[in-house]
Design a protein around this ligand. Structure first.
Ligand code: F6P
Length: 335
């Protein structure tokens, strides 16, 4: 393979730039040429494709966001969109693609591979909800950002004896809530993967203050409900504390990536190039027990594939699960 391309797709995540940099530098090191595709699959279809150089990816490793821009582009799930993208790849003589993004981006990579353009997926999202990897690029930074924000909120919580619901991102996954919550010493962590009882929360707020606590922090994963909705439920169940809601929002998506995200992204990016060089595609790179692994994106569960097709419907073979040991841990240490 002589010429490859790299794109970022879906929600941006800190570390995406480090991944692109590694793809470019490693590919050039291996004697290949590399093109960047702006705005993910949308840019591929629009032909927003340009050559990347060693110097062109300089000064990018420490930046948040993605300098290749990103977009959610559901049209690429349709054959028409895929063929239009392939037309552009052919025009530029591109033979393989590295895609940094989430699940939807992986499906696009699979389709490209089926059409004869080997593509490799790298897990780029703050949510840590991608199958086939213990950790995604951007998760560690998002947790660090959320943690920092919760530490600050705790100051006011303690100064005024206020109860705070802090709503964090994560889509349908509770990973950001669990990691940031435990790191920040949250009193409660509420995640989609575990049920909860509002009256237990009210009791624990009351007991906390009675037992000498001067703050109460409830970290809520957005996949459960909005912070304001939970506040209403807690009040309706009899809470008398000074209850406030803080939604952290997109600050969790931005900012300079942590060392962990930069290293993970660099490692995975270089590995993607090795796979393409070996003519392999339709694979997603992950990290498992601190070692890089790759899994077929589509196939059977027995083959270790991340997704299967059932009558044209995409099935996740081993859906992502937040680590419930961490949930239990917080219950044991947060009273
Ligand atoms: O997938 C990353 C994420 O930030 C989720 O945590 C959140 O639910 C979603 O994207 C927000 O998407 P948007 O930026 O398109 O509103």
């Amino acid at each position: 393979m002589k010429r490859i391309a790299v794109l970022t797709s879906g929600g941006d995540a800190p570390g995406m730039n480090a991944a692109v940099r590694a793809v470019v530098r490693k590919a050039i090191h291996e004697g290949m040429e590399v093109f960047g595709i702006n705005y993910g699959y949308a840019g591929m279809v629009a032909g927003d494709i340009f050559p990347l150089t060693v110097r062109g990816v300089g000064d990018k490793i420490s930046r948040g966001g993605t300098f290749l821009y990103s977009a959610r582009y559901p049209e690429f799930a349709e054959l028409e969109g895929q063929l239009a993208g392939i037309e552009q790849l052919k025009k530029h003589g591109i033979e393989g693609v590295v895609v940094v993004g989430g699940d939807g981006s992986y499906h696009g990579a699979m389709r490209l591979t089926e059409h004869g353009f080997p593509a490799i997926g790298l897990p780029g999202t703050i949510d840590n909800d991608i199958v086939g990897t213990d950790f995604t690029i951007g998760f560690d930074t998002a947790v660090t950002t959320a943690l920092d924000a919760i530490d600050k909120i705790r100051d006011t919580s303690s100064s005024h004896k206020r109860t705070f619901i802090v709503e964090v991102m994560g889509r349908n996954a509770g990973d950001i809530a669990l990691w940031a919550g435990i790191g920040a010493g949250a009193d409660e962590i509420i995640i989609p993967e575990h049920d909860f009882d509002v009256s237990d929360i009210v009791t624990s707020i009351k007991n906390g203050y009675k037992n000498g606590k001067n703050h109460n922090i409830i970290v809520l994963a957005e996949g459960v409900m909005k912070g304001a909705e939970l506040a209403e439920k807690i009040k309706a169940a009899g809470d008398r504390s000074d209850l406030r809601v803080s939604t952290l929002g997109h600050i969790q998506r931005g900012g300079t990536p942590t060392a962990r995200d930069r290293v993970l992204a660099s490692w995975m990016g270089a590995h993607a190039v090795d796979l393409l060089k070996a003519g392999r595609g339709g694979l997603a790179v992950g990290i498992h027990n601190e070692e890089l692994v790759e899994s077929p994106i589509l196939g059977t569960a027995e083959e270790g594939a991340l997704f299967s097709l059932d009558n044209g419907k995409i099935i996740v073979n081993n859906p992502h699960k937040a680590n419930l040991d961490l949930y239990k841990l917080n219950k044991e240490i947060s009273y």
